[in-house]
Structures are given as C-alpha cells and as structure tokens.
Design a protein around this ligand. Structure first.
Ligand code: EPZ
Length: 424
C-alpha cells in the first residue's frame, strides 16, 4: 500500500488548480440513468470514487467513458440507452455509500430497483431511512430483505410533498432525481442547500427537468415524461478549496487557488481570518495568505450548508493543534468523526474529546510521526498536520486520500511542500 512522506516546516508559495467536486460528480453521474441520451460531464475529477461510480454504472448497462480533454479537466460521456440491470450489490454499495444514489434514478426510469443498504461506516451509522421514506411518499413500495432495499413503482412515481425531519444531502439528491421523472409536482421541504445540490439541479434542468428553489430549503419539481442528454461542467470542489486554504494557513506563505471561488467556503473564511489568515478573491479564484505568526484559536461547530462543513472539520482541527489558545470543535453531523484525534495525539497535539466536542489546546509545534489514515478527510488532516510538524510524517493507508483528493502530493509539492508518495 502506498504511503505519503512529508517533511514539515516549508512555507507554501505558488498556485494550485482546484478540481471538480467529488460530491457533485457522484450524483451527477447517477443522473445519467434518467435518460437514454448521452450526459457529458466536464471538469470531472480523476478520483477512485468517481472511477468506481463509472464501474457501477457500466454494470447497470451504461456506456461510460472517461477521457481527459484540453481545458475540460476530466470528461465523462455517459449513455444509459438500455439498462441491463437495476441491481446494485452489497459488494458495490459497501465500498462506496454514494452508490445508493442510483436508487432514485433507477426507480424513476425503470419502475424498480434493488440496491443494497450501505450499512455503517467509519464516521457513523449513516442510515438511508430518509431516502426510502421519500420514495414511499412518491408511491413506491419498499421492501427490506436480506440487506437490500427493493423498490418498485410499477405505475410510475407520483409527485408528493416531502418534509425531511433534518437536512440530508443524499436524500435531497436522490429525491430530486426521482421527482424529475415523476408525474405531477414534488415539494421538498427542509431540502439540503449544499452547492452540490444546486449543481445537480442545474444539470437536471439542462436535461429538461423543471425545478425551482435550488439553493433554498424549499425545492419544487414538476415531473416531466422524459429527460434528454446534456453537457454540464462539474462545480469546483469546495472541500479541496478549503483544505488547501487551511494548508496555507498551517504552513504559512501565500498560494492562489484557481478555478474556484470564495462563495464556496464562505463559512470558513472568517475562521481563517481569526487564525490570522487572509483570503481574497482574484480573477481566477482566491489567494490565501498567512505571514507565519502562530494561528489564533477559534471555536467551530459543523452544520449543513451554509454552515461550517463537516468535511473540513478534521482539517480545521489540524490547524488548531498549533494555534495560540484553546479551541472547541463540535461535530454535529456525524457521531464518530473524530478518528483523526488519536493520530494527531501521536504527533504531539493536545486534544480531549467529550461527546460531540473536541477541545484542542494549541501546542507550540507538532512533531512528525508515522500515522494512519482512517477516512478521507481524516487522512488529509494528517497530511496538513505533517506540513506544520517538525521532522518527518509518514501517512499510511493513503487509498483513503485517493478517493477524494486528486494528485494531492503533486499539488502540494508544486507550491513548495516537501511531500512525496512512497510507492508500495
Ligand atoms: C454527503 O453524505 C457527502 N457525501 C459527505 O461527504 C458529507 O460529509 C455529508 O453529505 C454531509 O455534508 C456525498 O456527497 C457523496 P447526509 P450523505 O445524508 O449524503 C443522517 C466525504 O468525506 N441521515 O447529509 O451521506 C446521516 O447519518 C463525505 O466526502 C439519516 O439519519 O450525508 C448523517 O448523520 C463523507 N438518514 C446526517 O443525516 C438518512 O436517510 C447527514 O447525512 C440520511 C442521512
């Protein structure tokens, strides 16, 4: 298994191109199931999760080709002319939970689908009850059998009023896709407002869907009989953007992040400012600057968009480990998302976790150590900590990183970090 070696202490200088968002690309790819015409996605990131979604779609009978074209980033051409299967097996779904996003499109297009229940994962239980209740409200019958959700709507899905009891990104996306081909109007109340929902909605609209209220918590969808092909550019990755902004904050220096924009990390910018880091918009994205003085501690609580993203919690904690003062970090989305803490402790951090809150007492300096990645965002937080640490950090199990960060070590070494991948 590959590992990543980092020698800390280098300031960063230069520019980093931000890739398309993984968490936008995955539902967008699932949306290809809604039409027999070609859906072309450009600015698609080259990540193992995205490749995996390609394989899953191929297994369902979708023609799926990935290419890299000049100026387009990665490009997927997806054509679900005929579906040869409507089943996603346990082996597929357990490897990537976003696989569950094929359920809504399959059900809407084919009238039935059998998708394995994802089960728990490293960061929490992550049930899918909200997805299933939404499909039931739209007239589907759902049977849970042998670990599978078997859904059928032989006479088609019907528009419905769906009020989510709390915000769920995935349930909003699955419902949005299914509702696009349902008969009549669907109203989604307490919808997620994450930018990736807006991106999916805009792509569905380009495919002929009738959707209003994107970006708000009240979305209406007037179902249409069929959707057609489209070409759509995947939104920039806000988590990658925030991660590299935190890298500049943690290592010091100045970097320009291109192909992205400040709105995507609006909740993060004031916290970075409190940590003595300036973020300014540029024509191509933003610059992030810190002069090298010690960051100042700030408290943070994760929340659905527009709040502080759970997917940046671990990275922000890495920054706070060397801050001046004590910061309290509360995780409200997932119940087990502090797995980076024991690894950061191995690097000399001073963190105490009680329930959903981690109290981080900033230390003068972290020390490099061998550490182990446990999930995608936790693992990148260890890389960030390595940038700030004295000496060498070796991060193992980097396949977690490859799920969601495109060429991380190349991008960081291009701005002066001493980082390399050690091939197995
Ligand atoms: C999406 O997961 C992202 N994944 C996650 O990114 C992200 O952390 C999360 O949203 C929150 O922003 C993708 O977009 C592919 P949720 P999702 O449904 O859709 C509970 C990363 O590192 N819930 O908004 O699965 C759930 O357990 C990943 O890139 C139910 O109880 O998240 C969680 O506590 C990790 N029942 C909360 O809601 C349901 O039916 C929010 O989850 C659905 C969710």
């Amino acid at each position: 298994m590959d590992r990543i070696r980092i020698s800390g202490g280098r300031r960063l200088k230069g520019e980093i191109a931000i890739s398309g968002a993984k968490n936008a690309a995955l539902p967008l790819m699932a949306a290809a199931l809604l039409t027999d015409e070609t859906l072309t996605l450009v600015n698609a990131p080259n990540l193992s999760d995205v490749a995996f979604m390609g394989d899953l779609l191929r297994g369902l009978g979708v023609g799926a080709t990935y290419s890299r074209a000049n100026g387009d980033g990665g490009r997927w051409d997806l054509r679900a002319a005929d579906l040869k299967s409507t089943t996603a097996d346990y082996d597929v779904v357990r490897k990537m939970r976003a696989s569950f996003l094929v359920l809504g499109p399959l059900l809407a297009r084919a009238g039935h689908a059998k998708v394995s229940l994802p089960g728990g994962c490293a960061i929490g239980a992550r049930p899918v009850d909200l997805h299933l209740k939404a499909f039931e409200a739209m007239g589907a019958s759902i049977e849970l059998s042998d670990g599978y959700a078997i859904a059928s709507a032989n006479r088609g899905l019907k528009g419905a009023r769906i009020e989510f009891p709390f915000v769920s990104v995935g349930a909003t996306e699955n419902t949005l896709m299914a509702a696009s081909l349902a008969s009549g109007q669907t109203v989604i109340e307490n919808a997620a407002r994450e930018p990736e929902i807006g991106d999916l909605g805009r792509c569905l609209i380009a495919m002929g869907a009738r959707i209003a209220g994107l970006g708000t918590s009240y979305i209406t969808v007037d179902g249409v009989d069929r959707l057609h092909g489209a070409r759509h550019a995947v939104l920039p990755d806000r988590i990658e953007t925030g991660t590299f902004a935190i890298a500049a904050a943690i290592a010091g220096g100045e970097i320009e992040l291109t192909g992205t924009h400040c709105d995507l990390i609006e909740s993060v910018i004031p916290l970075l400012a409190r940590a003595d880091t300036t973020v300014k918009p540029t024509n191509r994205g933003m610059t992030v600057y810190r002069n090298g003085s010690r960051p100042i501690a700030a408290d943070v609580e994760t929340a659905p968009f527009p709040g502080f993203p759970t997917d940046l919690q671990a990275q922000f904690m890495a920054l706070m480990t060397t801050a001046d003062g004590t910061s309290r970090i509360r995780e409200t989305i997932f119940e087990n998302r502090f797995m980076h803490v024991p690894e950061l402790l191995r690097m000399g951090a001073d963190i105490h976790v009680q329930g959903d809150t981690a109290t981080v007492n900033g230390v003068e300096r972290l020390k490099g150590a061998p550490v182990m990645a446990t999930d995608l965002r936790a693992s990148v937080s260890l890389v960030l900590a390595g940038l700030a640490a004295e000496g060498e950090t070796i991060v193992s199990r980097v396949y977690h990183l490859d799920r969601g960060f495109e060429r991380l070590e190349e991008k960081l070494s291009a701005v002066g970090a001493d980082i390399e991948r050690l091939k197995a």
